[in-house]
Unconditional design. Structure first.
Length: 529
């Protein structure tokens, strides 16, 4: 089987792809009218409908890694790709809809902040805020770089463009609409992308079912085929019970705000109740929709022979073989829609963290930013972040990025816990005794545990440390230390308790409505350092 070249896409496919890019840019330009200040840019001014927040929350959790790395897992192991990935995400978001979504919304409505980490300065101290902000930004650069690499890999399969050209094309178009329109542009493009991937996913599902019928393989009989032996088991290979439980805890934190971009969707709704409803919608979508997307991947061993050892090219090869021109272009657009949704939301979140939490500490001039200068800084930071992540993605041929799924699962899942635990648990009353000592110690020890388990210990253990322990140990270390130190050295001052109470209760109506003074404060973050 030869490597696909540009001939696999004809003029109709290119028209669909170019039309999609044009619509994304047009939405960004239209959204520009809705962005008057940094509150609009980062949290949509708290005016986003709950259903749009839910769809945006759902879409910003996907990327092309779904169609490369996880397609490889589906090709190799079968339904475990759903059981150990989208199912724990759905369950984690469902839990978080009551536990975290309302509280994160109150960060905006009651504390009047524009960044998910902005409250940490008062909840803990400035050092904790900076540690979590810097480590979160660095992790996101690597995470988004892996997403660019994944979509560029797919683009090269279908069009023949080089990986670097693919990275430049997708990154540049994403930069245009999310820089111009902020979170409003992200959410509205994600709504359009949701419709596109709905059409593309159903088209691929139907194409695979028809192809199986041509081979006289029934919908349910397929699982009895030798090529799918063992693929109906939920927990196989490195994806066992420990991995599932670890992934559930990781996704509980990550998809409810631990990776920052999801938190913005909760902050963008008008009330805590609407944030909860949006989260529930996202959870339902995560439970149902991935089954439609994964079914063709589960059937792929019956239809194609992957050229890559990890099977990450199986979905692309299958799409190319089964779909007519036009629909092929639509599915390729579906790949783009997932990746651009996640990367644009990440860019907006990191821009919020830098301009609201980091820049004011580094520069006295940044502490004096007004509405206009703060908005300019937000847009510049968005472009810089996207540029840095694209630069890292160009190293896709290096040993670090050879296995994209390793970056996404091992690095992101393993490192997210130490960053997210102080941020997320700091919102909850039961952890009110945990202060800056608990937060910083758990963060540092978790990062150290990640390094030890993945490198020195991994190198000296026969066969290496199992994947489930590589991702779960850092989380466990951080969680235990955060709770334990909180009890051994309680730091629940009246000021910190007041912050916790504000995010746990709606209070009276007047307290929940931002005043003109509050709006002005959004333009000058962290004034009193």
């Amino acid at each position: 089987m030869t490597t696909p070249t540009i001939e696999h896409m004809n003029s109709l496919d290119w028209a669909v792809l170019i039309g999609y890019f044009g619509v994304m840019v047009a939405i960004g330009v239209w959204s520009h009218k809705r962005v008057d200040d940094v509150s609009d840019f980062f949290t949509a001014g708290g005016k986003m409908p709950w259903w749009l927040s839910g769809i945006s929350h759902h879409m910003s959790g996907y990327s092309a890694v779904m169609f490369t790395g996880y397609a490889g897992i589906a090709y190799t192991y079968g339904v475990t790709s759903f059981v150990t990935w989208s199912f724990p995400i759905a369950l984690g978001i469902a839990i978080g809809s009551r536990l975290f979504a309302p509280r994160i919304n109150r960060l905006r409505s009651r504390l009047h902040v524009a960044s998910p980490l902005e409250y940490l300065k008062n909840r803990y101290n400035l050092s904790t805020q900076q540690a979590l902000a810097w480590s979160g930004m660095l992790l996101k650069i690597v995470d988004v770089a892996a997403k660019w690499a994944a979509i560029a890999t797919l683009l090269s399969v279908f069009t023949g463009v080089t990986l670097n050209q693919g990275i430049l094309i997708t990154g540049a178009i994403t930069a245009v609409y999310c820089t111009i329109g902020g979170l409003w542009a992200d959410a509205l493009t994600e709504l359009g992308q949701f419709v596109i991937q709905l059409l593309a996913g159903v088209s691929m599902f139907v194409a695979v079912v028809l192809k199986l019928n041509d081979k006289h393989i029934g919908f349910f009989d397929a699982w009895n085929q030798p090529a799918l032996h063992g693929h109906g088991k939920g927990l196989v290979g490195p994806y066992g019970t420990v991995f599932l439980l670890a992934f559930l805890f990781i996704k509980l934190f990550e998809y409810n705000g631990g990776m920052l971009n999801q938190a913005q969707r909760y902050m963008a709704t008008g009330s805590a109740r609407e944030a909860e409803r949006g989260a529930r919608l996202s959870a339902i979508l995560w439970l149902v929709w991935p089954v439609v997307l994964f079914f063709p991947m589960w059937m792929s061993p019956l239809l194609v022979h992957a050229q890559k050892p990890d099977g990450s090219d199986s979905y692309g090869l299958m799409t190319e073989q089964l779909l007519p021109h036009g629909l092929l272009g639509l599915v390729i657009v579906g790949f783009f829609s997932h990746t651009m949704a996640m990367c644009s939301s990440d860019a907006n979140a990191i821009s919020a963290v830098f301009t609201r939490d980091v820049a004011p500490v580094l520069s006295a001039r940044a502490r004096a930013w007004g509405q206009r200068s703060g908005l300019v800084a937000a847009r510049v930071t968005t472009v810089v972040f996207l540029g840095l992540s694209m630069a890292v993605a160009t190293q896709v041929d290096s040993p670090t990025f050879k296995d994209i799924i390793t970056v996404v699962i091992k690095w992101v899942a393993g490192l997210m816990g130490p960053i997210a635990i102080p941020m997320m648990l700091g919102l909850l009353r039961p952890f009110r005794r945990s202060g800056p000592t608990a937060a910083l110690t758990s963060w540092a020890a978790g990062l150290l545990a990640f390094w030890l388990v993945n490198y020195p210990i991994n190198w000296n253990v026969s066969g290496g440390v199992p994947l489930q322990y590589q991702v779960s140990v850092p989380l466990a270390v951080s969680l235990v230390l955060y709770i334990l130190i909180g009890y051994l050295k309680p730091e629940d001052t009246p000021e910190r308790l007041a912050i916790i109470e504000k995010v746990n209760t709606d209070g009276d109506a007047a307290a929940a409505v931002p005043t003109a003074a509050d709006d002005n404060a959004l333009g000058a973050p962290n004034q009193a350092l």
